[in-house]
Write a protein that binds this ligand. Structure first.
Ligand code: PEP
Ligand code: MN
Length: 349
């Protein structure tokens, strides 16, 4: 596979197309801001040399990766996912790691608003909360749907925190994109290709969870589906894989998260809640992710975890969340990437 990065909005892309025709080749073109990525199904040195010599062509890479647009070998710099405006601008993959937190599911207004206030006061960057829930059993709570999206919008308005929530089907994408700042693709849907394509066209950043049985290569190839829609705003999220171990819900594959950041230019965050399934293990794994240089963590927190309608055992209490946020702030500082916002209140409050 060959990728030519070409100055967008110039005649350069036409010149490349014409040169490729001479070799009997055609390119798939994807616009990323100032540049157009032209993907060519060849690794011929002759083609590479010819394309590299064309005016307006910045770089031509040959890669064996099945995910050229996600590949660091092709796009040589860290992608910073940026959204919001003015003081409310959020950056993921920039100089500070992000702390994303909230309940597994949006259950009602009170619990969402109290959790959102906690997250805002404790240095959180974003609020999470499920509206459409992918539950193993069809008899389990399936989420409040549109009502939950409205409550997330209310929580955003009251706290200023942007929100991330899962979208489960291609048909739901326009609806969820009206309310959410980031579209979450759940682990079970990592290879739902029509969903990835639709989400890639929604004009919102996409948070792509790794499937519990997916290799790093499959995960990055799934990201490629979104990138190929011309949406460079993808965040990768490691959330545990299935192993022989049954004492934790999944196994947090921290090494693969670090590897994904090496192989790809995309930001990588870690979800220690779904990875461990146990609230006692969440703070240590969150700290490990930040210390490992990853771009943030996403955790579940609930005002009364024992009564949560989903994922109570892995949901932090308010107190343990506040304590964890303090520790994360110190670790991030020590790692030379201080959190954007300092936790406002002390562990005991
Ligand atoms: C979630 O974050 O709400 C969720 C369902 O996670 P996952 O897709 O990783 O299981
Ligand atoms: Mn959950």
């Amino acid at each position: 596979m060959m990728v030519a990065l070409v100055q967008a909005g110039t005649a350069a892309t036409s010149r490349v197309t014409a040169a490729l025709q001479g070799f009997g080749l055609a390119a798939r073109s994807v616009r990323f801001g100032e540049r157009t990525a032209m993907i060519i199904d060849t690794d011929s040195p002759d083609v590479q040399e010819a394309v590299a010599g064309i005016d307006g062509v910045e770089k031509v890479s040959v890669t064996r990766d099945s995910y050229p647009l996600a590949s660091r070998a092709v796009i040589g710099h860290d992608t910073v996912v940026r959204f919001g405006t003015g003081a409310a601008t959020v950056e993921i993959g920039g100089k500070s790691p992000v702390l994303i937190a909230g309940p597994c599911s949006v259950e009602n207004e009170d619990m969402l608003l109290s959790t959102a206030r906690l997250v805002a006061d404790t240095g959180g960057t974003m609020l999470r909360g499920g509206a459409f829930k992918p539950r193993t059993s069809p008899y389990s709570f399936q989420g409040l749907g549109v009502k939950a999206l409205e409550l997330l919008a209310l929580a955003r308005q009251k706290t200023g925190l942007p929100v991330v929530t899962e979208v489960m089907t291609p048909e739901q994408v326009p609806l969820v994109a009206r309310y959410a700042d980031i579209l979450q693709i759940g682990a079970r849907n990592m290879q739902n290709f029509p969903l990835l394509q639709e989400a890639g066209q929604a004009g919102r950043p996409v948070l792509l969870k790794r499937g519990p049985g997916a290799t790093v290569q499959e995960w990055l190839s799934a990201a490629e589906y979104v990138l190929l829609q011309g949406n460079p705003q993808v965040i990768l999220c490691e959330r545990g894989i299935r192993t022989f171990e049954t004492s934790t819900r999944h196994t947090l594959d921290l090494s693969s998260a670090v590897l994904a950041k090496e192989l790809s230019h995309l930001p990588v965050i870690v979800d220690p809640s779904h990875a461990t399934g146990r609230r006692d293990l969440v703070p240590a794994m969150a700290v490990a992710a930040i210390a490992a240089g990853l771009d943030g963590v996403m955790v579940e927190v609930h005002p009364d975890p024992d009564r949560a309608l989903s994922d109570g055992p892995q949901s932090l209490t308010f107190e343990s969340f506040a304590r964890m946020a303090q520790t994360l702030a110190r670790v991030a500082e020590a790692a030379g990437r201080p959190l954007e916002k300092k936790p406002l209140f002390a562990a005991a409050s």
